[in-house]
Design a binder for this molecule. Structure first.
Ligand code: HEC
Length: 154
């Protein structure tokens, strides 16, 4: 009397099952890495102005030229930024993820939704409004997420 359902799987069938599982795991890891690299590269292009983004001075009716609103213009040290006397903090993993007081508010740190909030509405994690020099951007979620991926990798 045999019971095919409850019988233990023969050892060789169990061994053969390992290879497809490994292949699936490898595919998942590779797809995850590809998606991350795509997001990072998209974020890099947005940050450096290689892809146009829509941003304007708070309260203004028209967008600034997309070459002017590229994040790199104000957030990375450059001859232009230096000559303009600006002192804008670089956007890095440490500057965003570590909790510290910003603009006189209580200590705060960013996560992705807060990062998108400050870029879109100018409101930081401690609910403090940022300076008008920081443009307000109309960014779809995918662009915001890509920028977050890029700046938190630096
Ligand atoms: C025209 C200059 C300018 C451009 C372009 C600009 N920023 Fe800013 N940004 C600022 C200034 C100035 C501040 C600081 C405002 C303050 O401290 O009140 C700031 C602050 C920020 C902060 C808050 C940092 C913190 O520690 O709280 C984030 C995040 C940020 N910018 C992201 C971006 C991103 C992303 C882009 C591009 C999509 C960008 N900015 C483009 C000028 C700029």
């Amino acid at each position: 009397m045999t019971n095919a359902v409850s019988a233990p799987a023969p050892a060789d069938r169990r061994v053969r099952g390992v290879t497809p599982r490994l292949a699936i795991a490898a595919a998942v890891i590779l797809l995850g890495a590809a998606a991350f690299n795509y997001r990072w590269a998209y974020g890099y292009a947005l940050y450096h102005g290689h892809i146009a983004i829509d941003g304007r001075i708070s309260g203004h009716g028209a967008d600034m030229p997309s070459t002017a609103v590229a994040c790199v213009n104000c957030h990375d040290p450059s001859p232009i930024a230096a000559s303009g006397g600006r002192n804008v903090a670089p956007l890095t993993r440490a500057s965003l993820l570590e909790s510290h007081a910003r603009r006189g508010g209580p200590p705060s740190a960013y996560d992705e939704p807060m990062f998108c909030s400050v870029i879109r509405a100018g409101i930081d994690p401690a609910s403090v409004m940022v300076n008008r020099l920081m443009p307000r951007f109309r960014l779809p979620d995918a662009q915001c997420s890509a920028l977050w991926s890029y700046v938190t990798s630096r």
